[in-house]
Design a protein around this ligand. Sequence first.
Ligand code: 5GP
Ligand code: MN
Length: 354
Amino acid sequence: MTILIENRIFAHSMEAITEFYPLLSTPKNVVITMHQKPDGDALGSTLGLSLFLRKLGYKTHVISPTNWAHFLNWLPGCDNVIEYETNLAVSTKLVNEADVVFCLDFNVFSRTKNMAPLLENSKAVKVLIDHHEEPQKDAFQYGISDTHKSSTCEMVYDFIVDAGYSGLIDLDIATCLYTGIMTDTGAFRFPSTKASVHQAVAHFKQIGLNHTAIHERIYDSFRETRLRFLGNALLNRMEVLYQFNTAVMMIPRTDLIHFNTQTGDTEGLVNYMLALEGIKFAAIVIDRDENARKWSFRSKGAFDVNKFARAHFDGGGHKNAAGGLSREPLDEAIKKFKSVLDEYEAELSEPYQY
Ligand code: 5GP
Ligand code: MN
């Protein structure tokens, strides 16, 4: 099989994804990868793209940098996803032998954790499809980075349709893509839910999508310990800072152990705090890792948590949903958060405008 583009010196910035469309008709050997601890959008988009490319005769392998939440295991094709951390040799071989590596739902290699050097050093043609801020554009030969898009799944849908293959979208592909669109839009509530999102969903419904089953698989799949963990977090670990229209939650390691939490159990926890009337900013810090405490930030309206996370917590994301890290112990991380909040008092203390 010939490599897509030989001896080509790439420009400093990636070429438009549209330039890749003509290349689709020549099947290649591809790896499709995503950010660590993949969510519904990361797994949905990579699996949806993989199923589509296979229909074009491609040989595809989907590799996740780490494990993921059990409530995503039912996704079509999920059984074949290779976990990098537990399959180092196989993953390395596949990346090294790939003609093309598709990078979905992340835009800086550091988001793939231990897999980053493998991707960075890969000689394959790299294609980016992503909707996060500040992409490392010079690392990709082709791609699209659009922060206005609801989800990477919506972008994969556009990729398939715009390249002229709308007719190849079957129920499995629709199921994968719907999952990421649903989860990344907070079940169609965030401002990113444009008409184009509902149009894609209408297409999926026309080919038989069972959206109720998907919603139940994702949101009604708690183990008892997870629901009790949530109850404890809301009762005992949340602080409401009314002068800043902010709520913050702190999860100590002991809670994670006591409730036997598993990957995915803390997902969505931060969003509950946005249910408080008038709250504009919600933050959670979890003492999961030896090396760092993990922050998640969510906002409603104009408050930009991507900027906040970048400025103070070595993170990033989107305007209304971002993440970050603290190297210090949990109580110091919280102290830092509260002291940083002072800088935003003028912005946050104004009542929320519906
Ligand atoms: P979550 O809070 O669900 O982990 O992440 C919210 C959003 O922020 C996601 O889109 C995620 O990709 C992004 N994000 C989370 N953590 C980080 C981080 O440490 N760095 C950057 N650049 N983005 C992050
Ligand atoms: Mn996403």
